[in-house]
Design a protein around this ligand. Structure first.
Ligand code: FES
Length: 94
């Protein structure tokens, strides 16, 4: 095991969990996967990949409020996120 510092200024964990028969951020029509994909693309396009890591997350235990994401290390939490929120989100992150 090798201990290191986190190699990114910020990591955004986007819930992309799906569940059959129960509410989940990335179930069809909810938008979690689309948010994650759009945010990854926006970070790349802005040339911020070395600073901001967008990671897919499992369930964050706030399923009914999803799609959810949170930012490490600041602890900012966003709920009811839609793909069209990505430009504003990127401004807040950068
Ligand atoms: S499925 Fe996203 S918070 Fe539970």
């Amino acid at each position: 095991m090798e201990k290191k510092s986190v190699p990114f200024e910020k990591t955004v964990f986007v819930c992309t969990n799906t569940r059959e028969g129960k509410v989940a951020c990335a179930n069809p029509g909810r938008g979690g996967a689309e948010v994650c994909h759009a945010l990854k693309g926006a970070v790349k396009e802005a040339g911020l990949k070395h600073k901001i890591r967008v990671a897919r997350s499992g369930c964050l235990d706030r399923c009914a409020e999803g799609p959810n994401l949170f930012v490490y290390p600041s602890g900012e939490w966003y709920s009811h996120v839609a793909p069209e929120d990505v430009p504003e989100l990127l401004r807040k992150l950068s």
